[in-house]
Design a protein around this ligand. Structure first.
Ligand code: ADP
Ligand code: MG
Length: 275
């Protein structure tokens, strides 16, 4: 081994790198089967605070299932999830949100009959959904609180340069604008860790660039990201490290360049599901 090689950290790990400093999210031995189909198979990895960590893998590798397990939307068969050192394995999504972890969905939910600003306040992560509905039914104090919430929503929309969309019907947004609103909405809960599931799927290149800039801005402000993304160019330019999932487990983890050129990763993508 040359002197130079000895000085640099290994660029790729078989399985995940499980010896990180300052871990904000830790997944240990997670398992989930749907009937006979094992979607998550002893998955373990760590997300270091302050990083943008990419999560990639072929279709059906179990990426979205992993996010559903971590964020409390699915119950695991085995394994643990820790956020900021706290065991949140058996917690509900809103409790996990209180520990600082928020996720967005691969397919944004339908938001009929709402303006963009109102849609910002609906959802388990913000816990404002129910009280939002009471805007129409109860007293002065609640209404004041709801007005404050709407002001917060407006402020965050403006940070995302989409303040002008606030009073438009949410259903009028393009897919790309909806992804931007989803990200803005997640920020209402002031997360420490944000899980994004395919943030630029179906998004035009101009909006994808905007999303990238906003993610980078939020990361500079201290938000940690774990991002599932199919668009290789997008994720390889934004994230480091990259964790590769295959058939429910972590195959390798490394720098974008190391992962891109790894034969195991290339084989996993060529092999396809059920190989
Ligand atoms: P990815 O996001 O990597 O494409 P998923 O996590 O969505 O993969 O899916 C992994 C596997 O688990 C797939 O075979 C998928 O069909 C299956 N799966 C995911 N969610 C469910 C579910 N709710 N019920 C049954 N099977 C599921
Ligand atoms: Mg998915």
């Amino acid at each position: 081994m040359s002197e130079q090689e000895q000085q640099t950290a290994p660029e790729i790990h078989e399985g995940a790198n499980l010896s990180k400093p300052n871990v904000v999210l830790e997944v240990d031995g997670l398992k989930k089967a749907f009937g006979g189909l094992v979607a998550t198979d002893d998955a373990s990895f760590q997300v270091e605070r302050g990083t943008i960590t990419g999560l990639i893998g072929p279709n059906g590798a179990g990426k979205s299932t992993l996010f559903n397990l971590i964020s409390g939307f699915y119950d695991e068969d085995d394994g643990t999830v820790r956020v900021n050192g706290a065991d949140v394995t058996d917690d509900e999504p809103h409790e996990i949100a209180e520990h600082g972890l928020i996720r967005t969905f691969q397919t944004p939910r339908k938001l009929e009959g709402m303006t963009v600003r109102e849609a910002m306040l609906v959802g388990p992560q913000t816990q404002l959904g129910e009280s939002f509905l009471s805007l129409f039914t109860s007293g002065e104090e609640v209404q004041q609180q709801e007005r404050a919430n709407l002001e917060d929503a407006q402020r965050i929309l403006e940070q995302f340069e989409i303040g002008h969309l606030a009073t438009q019907p949410a259903t009028d947004l393009s897919g790309g604008q909806m992804k931007l609103v989803e990200l803005a909405r997640a920020m209402l809960a002031e997360p420490e860790v944000l899980l994004l599931d395919e943030p630029v799927a179906g998004v035009n290149p101009t909006l994808a660039n905007k999303l990238r800039d906003h993610i980078a801005r939020l990361n500079e402000q201290g938000v940690t990201f774990c991002i599932i993304e199919h668009d290789m160019e997008f994720i390889m330019n934004l994230a480091d490290p990259i964790i590769v999932l295959d058939q429910g487990s972590v195959l390798v983890e490394g720098t974008p360049d190391a992962v891109r050129n790894d034969d195991r990763v290339i084989d996993a993508y060529l092999g396809g599901p059920g190989e």
